[in-house]
Design a protein around this ligand. Structure first.
Ligand code: ZN
Length: 339
């Protein structure tokens, strides 16, 4: 009986150890993610750390979601959500590989919303407001926008969605926060610089777009000294301005990507994001030119700068890169998971 008991113990140990070893062998892409932070009290250095499972990728026509649009909840398939969202978020004239990268980013964004519902609209999985979730347009709106090109444009968008059917980007066992923006100023921005929360796949990377390919890439706005100090004083009554405008703006500090982190204006510290908001700028990649007659603020690129640059994706696609190349460049370390 003792021999049988010992053999049983050995068999149980084998059964326990080998599945764990198999998990280690298949974990993560090459050069990909490190194990995520262990839960509190879990002992992150445990020898028997088990990498989390990948999120399951599901075909677009197999899942229905609740979309909040114009105050109404619509139950639609992921396929129909994505065709409306890609059409609303990226110019349909963009290259097929850029449209595919956009489809994967939006599908991933949606998958994360399904796991982490928005407190702004708990009754819906996602909404059609670009200020909250992502923009979305229904067929009627697209027919109106595209006119005679509706059929051809719809086919371009549907191809991008169907060629990437079900694919999402994963990191640490869950869909990544696949944010994107219109265009960057040479480099994308680190998430920590914008939202004070670091994510390993939302770090600053090079982005290849330029003034030759992006409309309104560099935009200057000139304000009279009175307009400038009135705008700042309305938000910060404690700001004080001398009669020498050249002394008003001091000590600009840039983020690692070259965007404005903060700057002293009229003796008050303003973040780059606040400057962007106060003066209606297209980005925080700004420079100032101050004379006694005018304060000129010049911004480069459009958007918060985090994650995929859409014009950068288009530039990469036109030079022959695939949607996988584009996603790997803008979300480094994330793994593409297919159904
Ligand atoms: Zn929303």
């Amino acid at each position: 009986m003792k021999v049988i008991a010992v053999i049983s113990v050995i068999l149980v140990l084998f059964a326990l150890i080998f599945p764990i070893a198999a998990c280690w062998d298949s974990a993560g892409p090459s050069g990909g993610p490190q194990p995520p932070d262990a839960p509190a009290g879990d002992g992150g250095d445990s020898l028997f750390y088990v990498p989390p499972a990948k999120p399951q990728a599901v075909r677009d026509t197999e899942t229905q979601i609740k979309l909040l649009v114009d105050g109404q909840i619509r139950q639609i398939s992921v396929h129909d959500y994505l065709t409306g969202a890609v059409a609303a978020e990226m110019p349909v004239s963009f290259a097929p590989e850029a449209l595919k990268a956009q489809a994967v980013a939006l599908r991933t964004y949606l998958a994360r919303k399904l796991l982490h519902p928005s407190s702004a609209h708990p009754e819906a999985d996602i909404c059609a407001d670009s200020g909250c979730c992502a923009a979305w347009r229904g067929e009627d709106q697209l027919r109106e926008k595209w006119g005679d090109d509706f059929e051809a444009n719809s086919a371009r968008i549907a191809a991008a969605v169907e060629d990437t059917d079900g694919m999402i980007l994963s990191y640490g066992g869950e869909p990544i926060l696949a944010v994107f923006h219109s265009s960057s100023a040479g480099r994308t921005e680190d998430a920590q610089a914008v939202w004070l929360s670091a994510l390993p796949y939302l770090v600053s990377v090079e982005s290849p777009e330029s003034a030759e390919t992006v409309p309104d890439y560099v935009v200057s706005a000139a304000f009279t000294p009175e307009e400038f100090c009135d705008t700042v004083t309305a938000a910060h009554p404690e700001a004080s301005f001398s009669d020498q405008p050249e002394t008003w703006i001091a000590d600009p500090v840039l983020t690692a990507s070259g965007r404005l982190d903060h700057v002293t204006v009229g003796g008050v510290t303003l973040t780059g994001r606040e400057i962007r908001s106060l003066f209606g700028l297209r980005s925080t990649a700004v420079t100032f030119d101050v004379t006694p007659e005018a304060v000129t603020v010049t911004s480069t690129g459009y958007g918060h700068g985090v994650g995929m640059s859409q014009y950068g994706a288009q530039t990469m696609a036109l030079r022959g890169d695939s949607f996988q190349d584009i996603l790997a460049a803008y979300y480094p370390g994330a793994e593409l998971v297919a159904p």
